[in-house]
Ligand binder design. Sequence first.
Ligand SMILES: Cc1ncc(COP(=O)(O)O)c(C=O)c1O
Ligand SMILES: [Zn+2]
Length: 417
Amino acid sequence: MRFTGYRCSVCGSEYGESEPLYLCPKDQGCLDIVLDTERIRRTVKPSQLTGGEQERSHWRYLPLLPVDDPGAEGTPLRGVGWTPLYTLPALRSKHGLKAFWLKEEGANPTASFKDRASSLVAARALQLGAETVVTASTGNAGAAMAGMAAALQLHAVVFAPSSTPRAKLAQMLAYGADVILVEGNYDRATALSLDVSRDLGWYCRNTGYNPFTAEGKKTAAFEIWEAVGAGWIAIPQGVPLSIFVSVGDGNIISGIHKGFRDLEDLGWLEFRPRIFGVQAEGSAAVARAFHTGSERIEAVQATTLADSICVDMPADGVRALRAARETGGAYITVKDEQILNAVVELGQVGVFAEPAAAAAYAGYLRAVRTGQIGKEEPVLVLSTGCGLKDVAAVQRIVPEAPVIEPTVEAVKRLLKL
Ligand SMILES: Cc1ncc(COP(=O)(O)O)c(C=O)c1O
Ligand SMILES: [Zn+2]
């Protein structure tokens, strides 16, 4: 048994491990998976999960995950996580930052953070004997589910809004998924995917619905914890590490919070990170609740060019709110223009981020500008997806490449040499 059961994040009701649950039957609250902390503490030492001897993927933390080993050695499923940590010296000196790190999640097999969740869901599907996994997606979750399903030779069905960027669609189709575009937005695609999964009995991956997604996303917290322990992220005594995360449905931020809470329950966490959520100004349901002091998330009519974080009603909003409140973090909103500027700034130091990913960095810059975070404070920004995912959005801000006649003279004229 890899976990003991589920606990509702709203009413606290507990459910056994054998009940195949998505949401709390009483109030539709998101369920946290409860680990057998006592057993883990007794049988596992942190040194067995960390260090150079371990697998260079997030499967190194398998004893803290609620799934059996999915096998699949030699496939991309086995390559999820253990993503690069950059210090970006040029960016540090440009802004006078003393302790800045960026974790490049675009380096995952399908080029976004969502592989962490989808690989766990694929492993769970394997365990349940499910042959078809269905998900709604703004693009990345679907691409990740399609890729991970392909690695395990499962069938994936993805419902996506008709506005989904072409690259993400091409990627899902290349992985062999059945991709169905839904008239309307992500929330409409979500509603349909739920109906279809109930009707056909397909295993549903939906973010903020399937409890296993957050369990995959928490592995980023484990990697940050390991990086701090190893000294790759240096935290001055008494100054907390601040982690910046882009927020749409709120499942990445709540998964990361869960990872740190698991470590704390095990007595293994030696530092207390603050978690900051960043939302686009036009899609800021969680940020709004944070700033009004409310516990309730009210839906918005979301519009932002950062398609991956364009969400009317965040499916994991309550836990996403807590991730910031309970850690001393905050919510920050950024304009689309600031997101595009962040794409360009990151590009100029060699990181190609899609708009939703660059939003976290834009939020960090805003926090520095407003004095919310000092330039000397240790900060980790998560860059959640590769820029190749949404080329059209980036083309809105980068200049057109000039076309010239193929002569050296023409080059010199153009570059004023
Ligand atoms: C690149 C990227 N960043 C951030 C997010 C936001 O994650 P969440 O919806 O769990 O808040 C997504 C979700 O699709 C994403 O694809
Ligand atoms: Zn409940």
